[in-house]
Ligand binder design. Structure first.
Ligand SMILES: C[S@@+](CC[C@H](N)C(=O)[O-])C[C@H]1O[C@@H](n2cnc3c(N)ncnc32)[C@H](O)[C@@H]1O
Length: 336
């Protein structure tokens, strides 16, 4: 592993954020800006970001406290950012958008917004769909109540999409960094040895089928979002701050950061909320930038970069545990 000195990291950080105003806070690896993505994105240099990982406000027909564009204007609103997202991404970079599905107001019928966004990003803005991922959250509550728990005519919607897009057909990626532990069955099979043959599906399993360092994970990520005892929530409660109402689990950005970036690469989340993406990047020693319009969310986000937040053990039922060792800083490194 390459050794880096802290001054070198800070020098690099200054380089990529030179056009931006003073951030609200900085850490060793990154910084968070209070402001609108539409004002800050144009100030990032061309081709300077390796991975954009974000979860924009969803097209819910009811408004969350931080406001959603109406469903019919949502696609147009989100696509308004596409030109800059593409411009500031490096040629081998990736854009991963986590976007939940939604329902048409008053009807048990799904909105097509999240599919329209994908299609338009590809057709109008020249992105390639590298692969689609799905995040299955077993802890999701049954909703909308009217269709799921009252009339019982729909089932619980427990999956969110992650569209992994890229500027070129071959963005930087390495699945060896996100290998998952083998199942007991697989370990038995590997121990006994596998007889080369053609499977009923027509796939040929050859004699080259041997043990690797772990199993290649699928594009379905099973992650609960129930960190009720987590450090961030504890610190928000102690400080009397309301936690962000729509956080994703830190394992979600971690999975993609490991998969799609190297040490010191730059990760951007333009709709950062409580800076979960920044926390994942900091833990993995990637540089990061987070933009968020609400100061209260960024006040709470600071807790993620205290020692307790950076070293919190992962207790989730993640299938997304990579083999890359977590290398968090040794002490509290939040500098305001
Ligand atoms: C779904 S939340 C992101 C939550 C985040 N992934 C987390 O784990 O905390 C979307 C965030 O985008 C913010 N937002 C909405 N419009 C924005 C804009 N124009 N620029 C920057 N942030 C914006 C909202 O305040 C909200 O916190």
């Amino acid at each position: 592993m390459k050794k880096r000195s802290q001054p070198r990291v800070q020098e690099l950080a200054r380089e990529y954020s030179a056009g931006l105003p003073e951030p609200l806070f900085r850490t060793v690896m990154g910084a968070a800006w209070l402001g609108k993505a539409e004002d800050l994105l144009p100030r990032i240099p061309d081709e300077s970001v390796n991975l954009i990982f974000t979860s924009p406000p969803y097209a819910l027909h009811f408004k969350k406290e931080y406001g959603n564009a109406d469903q019919h204007r949502y696609v147009e609103w989100l696509l308004g950012y596409a030109r800059h997202l593409r411009r500031l991404l490096r040629e081998d970079g990736s854009l991963v958008i986590n976007i939940g599905g939604s329902w048409q107001p008053g009807n048990p019928v799904r909105s097509l917004c999240h599919f329209e966004i994908l299609l338009e990003l590809v057709r109008q803005h020249g992105f390639h769909l590298a692969q689609e991922f799905y995040w299955y959250n077993p802890a999701k509550l049954p909703a909308p109540a009217e269709w799921v728990t009252v009339r019982r005519i729909r089932v619980k919607d427990a999956v969110e999409c992650l569209w992994w897009m890229s500027k070129t057909p071959r963005p930087k990626a390495d699945n060896r960094r996100i290998l998952a532990p083998y199942s007991a069955d697989m370990k038995r099979l590997l121990k006994r040895g596998y007889r080369a043959k053609e499977r009923p599906s027509g796939h040929r399993i050859t004699h080259k089928f041997t043990e690797q360092e772990g199993s290649i994970p699928p594009n379905l990520l099973t992650l609960g979002n129930n960190d009720s005892n987590g450090y961030y929530l504890r610190r928000c409660s102690e400080a009397g701050l309301k936690p962000h109402p729509a956080r994703f689990p830190v394992q979600l950005p971690e999975h993609f950061i490991k998969f799609l970036t190297d040490d010191n690469d730059v990760v951007l989340d333009p709709f950062a909320g409580s800076c979960t993406t920044g926390q994942a990047a900091e833990r993995l020693r990637r540089r990061w930038l987070c933009f968020e319009t609400r100061s209260a969310y960024l006040e709470g986000a600071k807790f993620r970069f205290e020692t307790g937040g950076l070293h919190e053990p992962v207790t989730d039922n993640s299938q997304a545990n990579g083999t890359e060792r977590r290398r968090g800083p040794r002490q509290a490194e939040l500098r305001l």
